[in-house]
Design a protein around this ligand. Structure first.
Ligand SMILES: *[C@@H]1O[C@H](CO)[C@@H](O)[C@H](O)[C@H]1NC(C)=O
Ligand SMILES: *[C@@H]1O[C@H](CO)[C@@H](O)[C@H](O)[C@H]1NC(C)=O
Ligand SMILES: *[C@@H]1O[C@H](CO)[C@@H](O)[C@H](O)[C@H]1NC(C)=O
Length: 382
């Protein structure tokens, strides 16, 4: 049975891993981890009455003037981020290339401090994440056959799912579109989010193969972004924020990141639980992260952190901020849903800079944080 330590067991229970939140969204109640497949199952009425009774209730609600509300709920359920991209790339839909990508696509997208983890599960990882408003995306990369492939484990790897094709090229195309050269505009400063063009997109690259040999490939493949001046960089003791901020994690070698002491355009994901007396600060790192499960522990029985756990969370976030780093926890409890929401809410209250999420819809709709308001417009890109 999967515990909420699902990130580690993701390879084994892949389907459950990303399916769970959808189910929460649908039913609005807790559902056991093991049950749901990724795609919403066709609804099979358990009882002959189930469907008819449902329709009757619906008709009644409509009759009572609840129409707009019901309508909203229905639309909400039927338009998950993945659904929007259900037909993406299919011949005849006009989405074969990126040409369909209209500025409109991002018009009402407000960037939120969430981090879309494992988003290569989605059909179009990068687009799904930014369309939901997540300011961070993550690619797990493997050096294979002289290229960087993207996937959660080796079984997920395909020759055509590369770091270049799934991340670098789409990012370049989106930025080219946000920065057109017209008679009215000839600048190069807009980011991927229309509503907040100054917001940087954080591209977290998780190295799954040996750091020493894999990292140089990442650095090289960033060249199209580098050439355009779209990478945040450090020079002469100062950080210059640009459209994309690249952060290395996993096997990323810190020594390669800091090899050039005067200039760098990639940053490290520092260990959030080991910052004291360390060399990590904003000149060489962007995030400070750690597994919530490993460092804070289980909150499952209580449904929220104990006093000690809360003190630890606060101390870690404080230390990260003192160093100019952005605090992030991964391996957050995904289930049960009320615990997940409670933890998200507490972390936001405590000043966490980025939420690791697998459920883009739930995270970006904000209705999980009853009472506290999700800081949608907070610019944490600086
Ligand atoms: C990648 O290749 C596989 C197998 O050849 C194919 O089914 C899939 O549609 C391709 N995906 C993309 C994004 O081109
Ligand atoms: C550091 O990077 C800058 C910019 O690419 C380059 O001009 C400089 O030569 C590098 N320094 C070292 C020691 O490699
Ligand atoms: C950041 O850390 C490096 C390496 O420890 C150090 O040389 C530098 O002075 C620090 N910079 C700031 C602004 O703290």
């Amino acid at each position: 049975m999967a515990s909420w330590k699902s990130e580690k067991s993701a390879a084994g229970v892949g389907n459950d891993y990303y399916a769970v939140p959808n189910t929460f969204e649908l039913n609005g109640q807790d559902t056991p981890l093991a049950a749901p497949p990724r795609r919403r199952p066709a609804k099979r009425p358990r009882h002959p009455c189930a469907m008819m009774c449902g329709l009757a209730v619906l008709a009644l609600l409509l009759g009572l003037g609840a129409g707009p509300y019901v309508d909203r709920q229905l639309r909400r359920d039927t338009r998950s981020v993945d659904d929007i991209f259900g037909n993406w790339g299919k011949p005849g839909t006009g989405t074969e290339g990126i040409a369909w990508y209209p500025t409109d696509f991002m018009r009402d997208v407000i960037p939120v401090p969430c981090h879309s983890h494992n988003d290569y599960w989605r059909k179009v990882p990068f687009f799904s994440a930014i369309h939901a408003g997540c300011i961070g995306v993550e690619a797990d990369v493997w050096l294979r056959n002289g290229d960087l492939l993207v996937g959660h484990d080796t079984a997920a790897l395909q020759r055509n799912r590369t770091f270049q094709s799934l991340y670098i090229n789409p990012i370049v195309e989106v930025l080219e579109r946000s920065n057109p050269s017209t008679e009215f505009y000839n600048e190069n400063r807009r980011g991927v989010f229309d509503t907040d063009p100054d917001q940087t997109l954080i591209l977290l690259v998780d190295l799954k193969t040996g750091g020493a040999e894999t990292w140089p490939w990442v650095v090289r493949q960033l060249q199209p972004l580098r050439e355009k001046g779209w990478l945040s960089y450090f020079e002469d003791g100062k950080i210059h924020k640009r459209q994309v901020t690249v952060v290395g994690t996993g096997n990323t070698p810190f020594d390669q990141i800091i090899a050039n002491s005067t200039y760098r355009d990639t940053f490290f994901d520092a260990p959030l639980d080991k910052l004291e007396n360390s060399a990590y600060n904003s000149t060489n790192s962007y995030y400070a992260s750690v597994s919530f499960w490993d460092t804070i522990g289980n909150v499952w029985f209580r449904g929220e952190p104990s006093e000690d756990q809360l003190a630890k969370i606060r101390a870690q976030i404080r230390e990260a901020h003192a160093r100019g780093l952005h605090a992030r926890y991964w391996e957050l409890p995904p289930w049960p849903i009320h615990t997940r929401n409670r933890i998200w809410q507490i972390l936001v209250e405590e000043g966490i800079d980025l939420l690791n999420v697998d459920d883009l819809d739930a995270a970006t709709k904000g209705d999980w944080s009853k009472g506290s308001f999700f800081p949608r417009r907070r610019d944490i890109g600086r």
